[in-house]
Design a protein around this ligand. Structure first.
Ligand SMILES: Cc1cc2nc3c(=O)[nH]c(=O)nc-3n(C[C@H](O)[C@H](O)[C@H](O)COP(=O)(O)OP(=O)(O)OC[C@H]3O[C@@H](n4cnc5c(N)ncnc54)[C@H](O)[C@@H]3O)c2cc1C
Length: 381
């Protein structure tokens, strides 16, 4: 067992860290307030190869491994949590399923522009009446000659306001539940697709979440991803990868809360000493650092397993569950260490606290992660 990052991984970490400090971090508070999709951040990330990190170079990607991906998303999210999830969705929820399940023609057409960051991808599974229970989705797919007509509404679509291409999940017949679900690659200007209501969010305010309305949206049959009825399997295996990205995002947000708290606690004084000199503060800092380190190891391991093409639903759910809850605890204690100032938006921990919460919700809530983990560990051999 080797706990040493490779030279390439260290170089990537240092490069993305410096870039995030110089470019992303100074903009994060203003973007949080403006709620504008940070297209310039995305383009700058593209210059570093962060949009299609695990896409092979032959398809226009950067050809990194999964651990490198965790490293980069952590560094980006430490500076700007919205940019972290925007990248995570394009990498894990758009490029990854096209790479894994796409035909050669689909890969040639869609991977390169998304991996190079010229285009933005999104993932449309959740509907107004179903999120956790994805097999209950109701968006209909009707085959008509050489096309499918998609009808239904998708909500909370990250990147949606700026996306050029969406992987949309729809069913041939809701009664078939997971057996009826299909995945489609849908372009923004296919007839019948329009953006609906933008979501006004608590945190990650500029990640472009929007409702997508499909009104008999016309999708060429060639844009079916995988076979008919394979969509549920594609959605779930995609989420295995996505959860690694969200674990990395959570570690980044939590680490930012820790770093802000370390700095603040060594400057702020009470009762004649630095608040960092109170054991109560030290214990908080020690717990934050320990939990984030444990989360990072879980995320690296899940990413490594996925790279080996090994089954990793258990490990990805453990990484996502632990990292997101460690992130939330770190953000909560970060606010506490800042006292009243932690509640004021001039201090980064106020934003980090709001950004942290979503990591316990999207790509499977903490309850759903526990359900997956319990199912795996109760499985008979
Ligand atoms: C900011 C944001 C961005 C998002 N981005 C995307 C995106 O890009 N694409 C996309 O498709 N979706 C996206 N989502 C949707 C997200 O993945 C869902 O909100 C999430 O999976 C939960 O689904 P739900 O909101 O329908 O909650 P529900 O499924 O209604 O759950 C409500 C509560 O019940 C609990 N619960 C449900 N089932 C069980 C069970 N079996 N056992 C125990 N507890 C249970 C849940 O844990 C939760 O606490 C996003 C959501 C948000 C808020």
């Amino acid at each position: 067992m080797d706990f040493q990052l490779t030279r390439e991984q260290e170089l990537l970490r240092d490069t993305v860290h410096a870039f995030a400090d110089e470019v992303l971090k100074p903009r994060a508070a203003a973007l949080d307030r403006s709620r504008e999709f940070p297209i310039d951040n995305y383009r700058r990330c593209a210059e570093l190869g962060l949009c299609g990190m695990m896409v092979p170079e032959t398809y226009g990607g950067a050809g990194f491994d999964g651990v490198s991906y965790v490293i980069a998303i952590e560094e980006v999210s430490r500076a700007c949590a919205s940019s972290g999830v925007i990248l995570s969705v394009n990498n894990s929820l758009f490029c990854a399923p096209v790479l894994r399940h796409g035909t050669e023609a689909q890969k040639r057409k869609y991977l390169a522009p998304h991996a190079r960051g010229e285009k933005i991808g999104a993932y449309c599974l959740t509907e107004p009446d179903c999120g956790s229970d994805a097999a209950a989705l109701r968006t209909l797919a009707r085959k008509k000659a050489d096309r499918y007509l998609l009808k239904g509404n998708k909500v909370f679509v990250t990147n949606g306001v700026a996306a050029h291409t969406f992987v949309v999940y729809a069913t041939l017949d809701p009664k078939l539940r997971h057996h009826g679900i299909c995945a489609f690659i849908v372009e923004r200007d296919f007839p019948g697709l329009r953006l609906g209501k933008p979501e006004h969010k608590m945190g990650i305010t500029c990640s472009g979440s929007v409702e997508i309305v499909l009104d008999d949206c016309e999708v060429p049959a060639a844009n079916l991803l995988g076979a008919e009825g394979e969509g549920f399997k594609i959605a779930m295996s995609t989420l295995d990868g996505g959860r690694i990205g969200i674990a990395a995002q959570a570690i980044g947000i939590g680490r930012a809360a820790l770093e802000e708290s370390l700095a603040y606690s060594q400057g702020r004084r009470a009762f004649g000493q630095r608040i960092a000199d109170f054991q109560a503060t030290q214990w908080k800092l020690a717990d934050m650092a320990t939990e984030l380190e444990a989360a990072r190891l879980l995320a690296y391991r899940a990413a490594w397993l996925r790279d080996q093409q090994r089954r990793c639903s258990l490990e990805t759910s453990m990484a996502k569950l632990f990292a997101s809850e460690a992130c939330m605890r770190a953000a909560k204690e970060g606010v506490q260490i800042h006292g009243g100032y932690g509640y004021i938006d001039e201090y980064a921990v106020e934003r980090l606290f709001r950004d942290a919460k979503i990591t316990e919700i999207y790509e499977g809530t903490s309850e759903i992660q526990r359900l997956v983990i319990a199912k795996e560990i109760l499985k008979e051999d």
